[in-house]
Design a protein around this ligand. Structure first.
Ligand code: IMP
Ligand code: MG
Length: 175
């Protein structure tokens, strides 16, 4: 199977500690407010599940699926909504939960689209950030870890749909 040979970049323990910190920070920042967490499928699934349980607020969740990557490992620079929200976000505090900010295309285009729906607020929480790969100006409001320019797998991140289930963050060599 995989590539258990590539080193673990971020361990399960490190992830847990950082998610605790993010949850506390978000709880503090939104004190007295309701919040809608919007997970971007499928990469955000483990992060969403962990983070939501660390937020001590009136929380609801929803999911959407967008495409920006094909089966390969390059970005298209376009975002298409494949599965939309079930929730009307007008007047809501929306926090997008995403696996990684890479070129920045997905989140810069997606936040523009969602802002047209007039949320009360819109912020982004990404498990990972690869700032060295940025092609458009985009900064997440909350970031778990900065990673170097490697193709990351695990904790939701895939290579051709595989390895999302790894509880740690690792990397593979791009073909
Ligand atoms: P961006 O639009 O280039 O910022 O990339 C957004 C999407 O590309 C992420 O949500 C991931 O699904 C995918 N992606 C970017 N970098 C990686 C990586 O290192 N491993 C796996 N998926 C990645
Ligand atoms: Mg993704």
């Amino acid at each position: 199977m995989i590539n258990q040979t590539n080193e673990i970049l971020i361990t399960e323990e490190q992830i847990k500690k950082r998610v605790d910190e993010l949850g506390s920070q978000i709880t503090k920042d939104y004190e007295g407010e309701k919040i809608l967490l919007v997970g971007i499928l499928k990469g955000s699934v483990p992060f969403m599940a962990d983070l939501m349980r660390r937020i001590d607020l009136d929380v609801e969740i929803d999911f959407m699926s967008v495409s920006s990557y094909g089966a390969g490992t390059t970005t298209s620079g376009e975002v298409k909504i494949k599965k939309d929200l079930e929730t009307d976000i007008a007047g809501r505090n929306v926090l997008i939960v995403e696996d990684i900010v890479d070129t920045g295309y997905t989140l810069s285009l997606l936040t523009k689209k969602l802002l047209e729906r007039n949320p009360k607020s819109l912020k982004v929480c990404a498990a990972l950030d690869k700032p060295s790969r940025r092609l458009v100006d985009f900064k997440a409001d909350y970031v778990g870890f900065e990673v170097e320019d490697k193709f990351i797998v695990g904790y939701g991140l895939d290579a051709d749909q595989k390895f999302r289930h790894f509880p740690y963050i690792s990397w593979i060599k791009e073909e």
